[in-house]
Design a protein around this ligand. Sequence first.
Ligand code: NDP
Length: 323
Amino acid sequence: MKAIQITQYGGPEVLLYQDISIPKPSSGEALIRVKAVGVNFIDVYHRTGRYPGKLPFSPGMEAAGIVEAVGAGVTEVKPGDRVAYAMQLGGYAEYTLIPATKLVVIPSEVDFKSAAAIMLQGMTAHYLSYSTYPIQSGDTVLIHAGAGGVGLLLTQIARNLGATVITTVSTEEKAELSRKAGAHEVILYEKQDFETEVKRITQGKGVQAVYDSVGKTTFDKGLNCLMPRGYMVLFGASSGPAPQIDPLILSGKGSIFLTRPTLGHYMLTREELLARANQVLGWVADGSLQLQIEHVYPLAEAKQAHIDLESRKTTGKLLLLPD
Ligand code: NDP
């Protein structure tokens, strides 16, 4: 089969399109014929070695496809099922092996592209807004990178939960997309000081929660945007890692909370995975969550997808198609 392989960490050029053999499912595993693969920022961290793993490997943390074969003891899925998953490595390939307990059957109304596009970013937006800081109707929240993959979904969910949503984006074009997703206020954070703007918009009160996936360039000022006992939800590092802080700062800023969550800890059991995934897939099926699939690349062009994602020019979701 064809697969993208990484044999050494580095830039997009280390994503090699190669022939490797189709793996066989062991006990508890399913072999998936991959139909669509989601590209995520975490793939960049795997490629560069920021999150080191065992070389060589195929990157990719979410995909949708068809169960081709199952190993002994698998009861969750059967050959022919249309399935999707997230947070399992190896999706940049024509076939991949996934523990059956991590697979979710896709509703018939949802196609492979949509399923691959929603699993990781959709479940992330779900846990951030329902579990990490459960948004209440009437809250005001700040979402950085509001036109990004997670940003567009989180904005829609926060708005559906009754929040006033403030987002930050880098360009007018992205601002338009963010408004279309439901943002009430959009700040162009390359041109405007977002801390000043948030204070102006909230009349000095601040927001209940800041959802920060940008990190280095936004974290410090984001702490100043929170109301007392507000939540700083730092969930990414698109601009680089956030600076370290003294815990006493949290008290000084109004007894605020700081958390650094990751999706894996919000789908710890099969029940939790199914509840989260099925709700998100259901929203896609009934149209209450709109997907923005920006670009679809052949698997062989994974390098270009990474160049585009890192260039900061993309909006919404990028997908790779093995065939
Ligand atoms: P995005 O589509 O949001 O792309 C990243 C965006 O970050 C860019 O489009 C850009 O938006 C903004 N950005 C700001 N500064 C930079 C910079 N220096 N370089 C590149 N981008 C920058 O990506 P995803 O939706 O895939 O992921 C968003 C973040 O969330 C990532 O950091 C990812 O690791 C994290 N994440 C965390 C998860 C978790 O569970 N903890 C799960 C899923 C994702 P703009 O131009 O508008 O500034």
